[in-house]
Design a binder for this molecule. Structure first.
Ligand SMILES: Cc1cc2nc3c(=O)[nH]c(=O)nc-3n(C[C@H](O)[C@H](O)[C@H](O)COP(=O)(O)OP(=O)(O)OC[C@H]3O[C@@H](n4cnc5c(N)ncnc54)[C@H](O)[C@@H]3O)c2cc1C
Length: 305
């Protein structure tokens, strides 16, 4: 959840523990992309349209109300309500003109901290999971019992003590990769700040040095791991910034501490006709985001009927 235990609100911890122990986590056969694809198919079936590779660059405000968006190719789309699924930070400060940014939004968002990002190794192995002793799909690897102390390394440019989240998708879904192979993601949570200071050369060296540290640590737990790597791609906090556009490359929105959770979600709105979904304004993660998106959609339909 991207928080050290001592700063993690009990209300979220209790819910997560309940889900993991009672309801159990689930994998989607084919990977999480399958959910996005199903939603996309349904939107198209119902006569909707989806535009890919087409970022919104500007929100048009008329009489203090959001009335339209403009994409990177200059196309304008008008709507009764505009729903932003990106951060309120980028929505207000990148998509509006300076003189249109509500002063209250500036003040309101000051209280919230951009959350953590990740360094993730996406790995293809030339063997089935059991060859290297990978028998459980989801593994949280802690090298010490002091999770609060280990978490502090998220601000540093090494991966020597961070808890490693390693998932082998093939354990639960052998069809996810060709027979006799397997797919693993192994990652640590990292803040983007020190990465933003690196030169291109330093960035390249740092990215592969940290990936190597993760592989070295997994090699101890799963002997033979390194020799079976056929493909590996490494994503850093800067990769997440580049491809998702989120401030800090955040993977869980704002920090999930008490001040931006449960009773204090940053859900206040400051411009008529502009509302929000996404993990930035609610508990982050696939499940909560789908449920919250559905809630906002129903609310907007009711309001605009
Ligand atoms: C490696 C990894 C593993 C994870 N594992 C899990 C897991 O097992 N379970 C779980 O629940 N969660 C997991 N998460 C977290 C989960 O991915 C996020 O909580 C979730 O994707 C957030 O959804 P979202 O809709 O808020 O944002 P996103 O999924 O980031 O969607 C935002 C979208 O907006 C697009 N965008 C940005 N700017 C613009 C613009 N100007 N115009 C138009 N579009 C724009 C972006 O390209 C992006 O597609 C994981 C995250 C990572 C990185």
């Amino acid at each position: 959840m991207g928080m050290p235990p001592k700063r993690f609100p009990f209300s979220i911890l209790a819910r997560v523990l309940h889900i993991y122990t009672e309801e159990k986590p689930f994998y989607i056969r084919g990977g999480s992309q399958v959910i996005s694809q199903s939603l996309a198919d349904r939107i198209i079936d119902l006569g909707g349209e989806i535009k890919y590779n087409c970022a919104i660059e500007h929100i048009i405000i008329e009489d203090k109300k959001a009335v339209a968006v403009v994409d990177e190719f200059g196309n304008e789309y008008h709507a009764k309500t505009i729903i932003s699924n990106i951060s309120p930070i980028h929505t207000y400060f990148k998509l509006l003109q300076e003189n249109e940014i509500p002063a209250e939004a500036r003040e309101y968002l000051k209280g919230y901290t951009v959350g953590i990002s990740a360094l993730t190794c996406f790995i293809g192995l030339d063997c089935p999971p059991e060859t290297i002793g990978f028998t459980d799909s989801f593994n949280l690897n802690y090298d010490s019992l002091d999770a609060n102390k280990d978490f502090m390394n998220a601000y540093n440019l090494n991966a020597t003590v961070d808890p490693i989240i390693a998932t082998n998708y093939t354990v639960d879904d052998p069809t996810v990769s060709p027979e006799g192979t397997s797919i693993i993601t192994a990652g640590v949570l990292k803040y983007s700040a020190p990465w933003e200071e690196l030169s291109p050369e330093q960035y390249n060296e740092t990215k592969y040095r940290l990936a190597n540290q993760i592989i070295d640590r997994l090699e101890v737990k799963f002997p033979g791991f390194r020799s079976h790597i056929e493909e590996i791609e490494v994503a850093t906090p800067l990769t997440h910034m580049r491809y998702l556009g989120h401030p800090g490359g955040s993977v869980y929105g704002f920090e999930q501490d008490l001040k931006s959770s449960v009773f204090f979600f940053p859900q206040d709105e400051f411009i008529k006709g502009l509302t929000f979904t996404s993990g930035w304004v609610n508990t982050c993660g696939f499940g909560p985001n789908y449920i919250y998106g559905d809630r906002i959609a129903k609310r907007v339909i009711k309001e605009t009927e």
